[in-house]
Ligand binder design. Structure first.
Ligand code: COI
Length: 343
């Protein structure tokens, strides 16, 4: 284990930013490649008020986690998937493409320098936030000429305030998260700003999050903004097919593989109608930040649909247990999803 020692109360971790030792920083000019980067002390950065990211939202990010395993290794979970996704997101937002090897090396370097901020086995995880944006100033709309890539990290516990308590969700009928051919399938910062007003309104009404509907017919469900959705009914696990407006979640993909290849559950990536959702036996959401969080009730207009409210549904429980055990190294990682940062 590392010689440096972070001072953190491991028993009260939530999803709040805690300052760590260092962060990764690299710059790139359009037409060049991401090549040189280094660690710098964690802290504030300087930015022109005319930076393209501030004025036109040219920025994308990632979210991934490091875990301490039961045999005291520190591992990254499916970092290759995040590397592929940020390569795709950068291309979609006209940012010089972050190549996967550069990205993965930078994540390793950042985690290694902050190893003592990885929570002990079973106490949480280290959330890793890579972010890249256009820094150069511009008045007219257009991509920046200069870009910055940074990675910061924070020890975290559960994403939602209630811990892993079942969520109380509302179906959003006044706002869409993303257009069908928009940037909903890229991890673009603008997707998250679009979700702020619906989220604030829903929280005021006592909900934890909202479920977005597709923006064309408004009769199929998409995602909840901070996570993907799953339903289980009649022996089949279903999740909305990833389209132009739904993010290809890493946990989403992991749950599909665990269900079909380990637990022998039929999985369908398909359109999910509102009536499918209301008839489902179990509903849960998945994401790096939320992990697997069960949904206890859903409100649509004036109707409330209840699922497993106190405990997890049996399928949700099995999936969550298997995913957690793989991430913590408690069972053999059958898919080769873990990359050791130290062995
Ligand atoms: C993640 O799950 O890593 C995300 O980026 C979602 C974010 C809302 C915390």
């Amino acid at each position: 284990m590392p010689l440096k020692k972070a001072v953190v109360d491991w028993d009260s971790l939530g999803f709040n930013l805690l300052k760590t030792r260092s962060m990764y920083s690299a710059n790139c000019r359009v037409g060049e490649n991401w090549e040189n980067g280094s660690l710098i002390p964690y802290g504030n950065i300087e930015l022109s008020p005319a930076a393209v990211v501030l004025n036109y939202g040219q920025g994308v990010f990632e979210g991934t986690k490091a875990f301490q395993t039961s045999d005291k290794r520190i591992v990254l979970f499916r970092i290759d998937k995040n590397a592929k996704r940020i390569a795709w997101s950068t291309e979609r937002l006209c940012i010089p493409k972050l190549n996967p090897d550069f990205f993965i090396d930078a994540v390793f370097e950042t985690v290694r320098d902050n190893l003592d901020f990885v929570p002990p086995y079973g106490k949480g995880s280290m959330y890793i936030r890579p972010i890249v944006w256009g820094v150069s100033p511009a008045l007219g709309v257009g991509p920046a000429t200069d870009y910055r890539f940074m990675i910061y990290v924070s020890p975290v516990g559960p994403y939602f305030k209630g811990g892993y308590k079942s969520l109380n969700l509302k179906i959003e009928t006044n706002f869409h998260r993303a257009a069908s051919k928009g940037i909903g399938n890229a991890k673009a910062i603008g997707n998250y700003s679009a979700s702020l007003l619906p989220l604030v309104k829903a929280k005021k009404e006592g909900f934890d999050e909202v479920i977005y509907l597709d923006s064309i017919s408004e009769d199929t469900i998409e995602e909840i903004g901070s996570a993907n959705l799953f339903i289980y009914h009649d022996g089949v696990l279903k999740t909305p097919n990833v389209s132009g407006s739904i993010l290809k979640g890493v946990t989403r993909d992991s749950v599909c593989k665990i269900a079909s290849e380990i637990l022998d559950i039929k999985v369908e990536e398909t359109d999910i109608s509102l009536s499918d959702l209301f008839e489902a036996k179990e509903v849960f959401c998945t994401g790096t930040a939320v992990q697997i969080t069960s949904v206890g009730s859903i409100t649509y207009k004036n109707d409330v649909y209840n699922y497993y409210r106190e405990d997890l549904g049996p399928i949700t429980k099995k999936l969550k247990k298997t995913l957690t055990k793989i991430q913590r190294g408690e069972i053999i990682d059958p898919f080769g999803w873990l990359s050791p940062v130290i062995t």
